[in-house]
Design a protein around this ligand. Sequence first.
Ligand code: ADP
Ligand code: MG
Length: 252
Amino acid sequence: MALRFWKRKLPDREEKAYKIEVKVEQGVFDKKVLILLDSLFRKKILKSIDYCVSTGKEADVFRGTDFNDNFVAIKIFRTYTGQFHRFDDYWDESMAIKMKKKNSVIDLWCSKEFKVLQLLSDLEIAPQPIYRLQNINVMSFLGENGIPYSLIKDIKEDLDQKTYDAILSSIKKMYVRGIVHSDLSEYNIMYDDNSKKVYFIDFAQAVSNHHRNAEKFLRRDVENINKFFKSINNIEITESDQILKQILELKH
Ligand SMILES: Nc1ncnc2c1ncn2[C@@H]1O[C@H](COP(=O)(O)OP(=O)(O)O)[C@@H](O)[C@H]1O
Ligand SMILES: [Mg+2]
């Protein structure tokens, strides 16, 4: 009896997680993440993890490949982050998942981002959501030939009036869907040089347009965009107040 119990209690899950055949720098993944990634491989959401696209304060983003040989973006939210104090400001009951015992606060951020991607999925202004597991979001990869599109901050010379107008239009479309990005800037907008399309990313801080801070965050988003585009020649900027007025009128 003791032996059987012992056998049952020692599944090789964790051990298998360490055998994931990925070539990543040591120490990037903690034990929890390894186990979750192992689960994503087993569920056939992921076939491989290819390379690290970005290491940020709150998350790391990797390019991966799925079983149809499409590239995907894998965003792994850091379990330990010094940013918890900001959580209150961006807490949005309407976008929260039901917390289970195994969930940590960071899973809420991750699930919020995933939920927003779902809400926006038909608008073609953000990556497509594919799968979420605790603090890992798998989404469509925004890039060409496996290389991520540029952030607009890095390609000022390629941007023009159409880019600016497209960004304002996307902010409005999001708002009509009931969402304010709340962390919008040249750091969270990618640009497809071929189609000239812009894509918003990084939605963990997004709130619904009924949120107590929605207007404040919307103003900041608009002001960030205006500030950035003011630094580019030949772009006709609409005053932030006017944009805000136009957007707020869309609320229903
Ligand atoms: N879907 C995606 N496809 C390709 N690259 C992405 C995708 N999402 C994010 N990235 C890349 O990863 C970087 C970090 O992603 P982001 O969501 O902004 O996280 P954070 O700023 O919290 O680190 C982005 O600047 C972008 O270069
Ligand atoms: Mg970002």
